[in-house]
Ligand binder design. Structure first.
Ligand code: SAH
Ligand code: SF4
Ligand code: F3S
Length: 485
C-alpha cells in the first residue's frame, strides 16, 4: 500500500463496469494529483473516496448503495477525529440517478457524471465550502478530453486509451446512450500523442476503447492526408490503427467494443482490411451480437440481422484467418420466444466463439424495453442463460484446447502467481504463465503452449534456435485439434 508523505491526501477510487470506467478512474486520479491526492488501496482513513459506478444491469447499481452504507461509517469515524472524508459518486449511476443518490445517501458530497471529470478539482473545492451535495451531471458543451490534463500515471505493459465515447444507437435495453451521451470521437492527433506517451512509459500493448469504438472517425492530424471517405469522415479506425502500428516500441494493438453495424458501410472495408495488413493488430475481436434471432434483433433496434453478423465474421476471418471472436448475449429480452432462443444457440454454433459474455435481460428504468409488453418469466431467462452459457463454455474449452502444442507470441506482463513464474497474454487475450523470471515483463517472445487450464494456458518460451512450427492456424481447426490431442 502507498503511504502518502506528510501533507499529501489519500485518494481511494473504487471502479465498477467497463474498461472505460477503469480508464476514467485513472484520469480522475490524474486530475486530482496536482491537489496533493495520492492513490491508496483501501478506503480506511482516506481523505477522498470516489465510487465510479456502472448502471448497465440492476445488480451493478445495487452495489453502489451497499458500498455507500459501509463508507458512511468510515466517513463518520473520520469526522469524529476532526477530519473530513469527501465522498464522491461518479460514473453511470451518478449520471442516471443523481437525485436518488443524494436522497438515499445525503452524506454524499459530490455526484458527477462521466462527462464532468475535468471539473473535479473545482467541485472538490466547492464541496469543502458547501453544506449539501455538489452535483454535476450535465453534458457540458466542452469535451472532457480537451480539458483533462495529460495522463500522468503509467499504466504498465498493457494500457487502455479511450478514443471514442457515447452512443447514438439506442438499443432497446441499454442505458449507455443516456449515461454517456452522444457519440464523440477524439481527434487523431490527441490519440496518437497519448499513445506515444503510454509507450514511452512502458506500454507494449494498447487497447483502444470506446462504447462504439469502430464508429471512431477522428479529425486527421494537422498536415496529414485526410483519406476522405464518401460520408465525409476524415480518418476511420483502420487508418488510425495503421498510424499507431508505426509507433516505435508498440508491439500490440486491440480495440473494443465494436458494433456490427459499424462494419457494414462501404467506408468500413478499410478496418476489415486492416486486420489482414497490420501484424500488431491482435487476432481477437469482441463483437457483441446479443441475439441470433432477426425478430429479436429488430426489437432490440440493433440495425443488423444474424446473416449480417455471419457475413462480417466471414470477412474478418478472410482478412485474418487466425482471428477469434468474442461476443455478448442477452437472454430473455422482452418478447423472446423459445424459437428466438434456439436461433441464438444456432448462431453460436455457426460462429464458434473463443470466449463470450452472456447476461440475463435486466429491465433498466427509462429504456424502451423496460416498459415493453411480454416480459419473459424469470425461470425462462435463467434456463436460457444456462443453455447459452453451457454452449459458450464448450466452445471456449474447445478453442483453448485447439491451442495445445502450437506456437504463438506471448506478451509478458509481470510475475506469475507462483514463485519462478512469469505471467502474460496470448494473442487471443488468454492469460498465460511460463517458468521464467519476472524480468521478462515487457517482452514479446515466441512460446509453445504446453498445457490448457480452465482459465489460462501454460507455455514454454522457445529457445532461440527452436523451430516455431506449427504456428497457430484458424481457431478451432479440427485438424490441429486432432494433432494436438
Ligand atoms: N457497446 C457495446 C456494449 C454495451 S454494454 C455494444 O453495443 O454491444 C455491454 C453489454 O451489456 C452489452 O453488450 C449487453 O450484452 C449487456 N447489456 C446491456 N444492457 C443490458 C440489460 N439491460 N440487460 C442485460 N444485459 C445488458
Ligand atoms: Fe448500448 Fe446498443 Fe449503444 Fe452498445 S450500441 S452501448 S448496447 S445502445
Ligand atoms: Fe457500465 Fe457505464 Fe460502462 S453503464 S458498462 S460503466 S458505460
Amino acid at each position: 500500500m502507498t503511504t502518502p508523505a506528510p501533507g499529501r491526501r489519500r485518494l481511494f477510487v473504487k471502479t465498477w463496469g467497463c474498461q472505460m470506467n477503469v480508464y476514467d478512474s485513472g484520469r480522475m486520479a490524474d486530475v486530482l494529483a496536482p491537489l496533493g491526492y495520492v492513490p491508496v488501496e483501501t478506503p480506511e482513513g482516506a481523505d477522498m473516496v470516489i465510487l465510479n459506478t456502472c448502471h448497465i444491469r440492476e445488480k451493478a447499481s445495487e452495489k453502489l448503495f451497499s458500498e455507500l452504507g459501509r463508507l458512511r461509517a468510515l466517513k463518520q469515524a473520520k469526522e469524529q477525529g476532526g477530519e473530513r472524508m469527501v465522498l464522491a459518486v461518479a460514473g453511470c449511476v451518478a449520471q442516471a440517478e443523481g437525485s436518488e443518490i443524494t436522497a438515499r445517501a445525503p452524506y454524499v458530497d459530490i455526484v458527477l457524471g462521466p462527462q464532468s471529470y475535468h471539473r473535479l478539482p473545482e467541485m472538490v473545492a466547492r464541496a469543502s465550502r458547501a453544506a449539501g451535495a455538489v452535483i454535476e451531471t450535465d453534458f457540458p458543451a466542452e469535451q472532457k478530453f480537451d480539458h483533462l490534463p495529460e495522463a500522468a500515471a503509467p499504466q504498465g505493459t498493457i494500457a487502455f486509451l479511450t478514443i471514442q465515447e457515447g452512443c447514438d444507437k439506442f438499443c432497446s435495453f441499454c442505458v449507455v446512450p443516456y449515461t454517456r451521451g452522444a457519440e464523440y470521437s477524439r481527434p487523431a492527433a490527441a490519440v496518437l500523442a497519448e499513445a506515444r506517451r503510454l509507450v514511452a512509459q512502458g506500454a507494449r500493448e494498447i487497447a483502444l476503447l470506446g462504447q462504439n469504438v469502430n464508429a471512431w472517425h477522428g479529425v486527421a492530424p494537422p498536415g496529414a492526408p485526410t483519406f476522405e471517405s464518401p460520408d465525409g469522415r476524415a480518418w476511420g479506425l483502420g487508418r488510425l490503427l495503421r498510424e499507431m502500428a508505426g509507433i516505435e516500441g508498440l508491439a500490440r494493438l486491440r480495440y473494443t467494443t465494436s458494433h456490427p453495424r459499424d462494419f457494414m458501410s462501404p467506408g468500413d472495408d478499410d478496418l476489415i482490411a486492416a486486420h489482414g495488413e497490420i501484424p500488431a493488430l491482435m487476432p481477437f475481436l469482441h463483437l457483441p451480437v446479443q441475439s441470433g434471432s432477426d425478430r429479436m434483433l429488430r426489437a432490440m433496434n440493433r440495425g443488423h440481422t444474424a446473416a449480417d453478423y455471419l457475413r462480417i465474421a466471414d470477412r474478418l476471418r478472410a482478412a485474418r484467418p487466425d482471428l477469434a471472436l468474442s461476443s455478448d448475449f442477452i437472454a430473455g429480452h422482452p418478447g423472446e420466444t423459445e424459437a428466438d432462443h434456439q436461433a441464438t444457440l444456432d448462431l453460436i454454433r455457426q460462429i464458434g466463439f473463443a470466449q463470450a459474455f452472456s447476461f440475463k435481460y435486466s429491465a433498466r428504468p427509462g429504456t424502451p424495453a423496460a416498459g415493453a409488453p411480454l416480459q419473459v418469466a424469470e425461470s425462462d431467462k435463467d434456463r436460457r442463460l444456462q443453455e447459452i452459457q453451457a454452449l459458450l463454455r464448450d466452445q471456449q474449452d474447445a478453442f483453448n484446447r485447439s491451442r495445445l502444442g502450437l506456437s504463438c507470441d506471448v506478451l509478458f506482463t509481470g510475475p506469475g502467481r507462483h514463485p519462478g513464474q512469469v505471467a502474460g497474454r496470448s494473442p487471443w487475450l488468454q492469460p498465460v504463465h511460463a517458468e521464467g523470471p519476472a524480468s521478462l515483463a515487457g517482452q514479446v517472445l515466441p512460446c509453445r503452449v504446453t498445457a490448457i487450464h480452465p482459465n489460462s494456458l501454460s507455455v514454454r518460451v522457445l529457445a532461440r534456435d527452436e523451430p516455431v512450427a506449427p504456428p497457430a492456424g484458424p481457431p478451432g481447426d479440427p485438424q490441429q485439434e486432432k494433432e494436438a490431442a
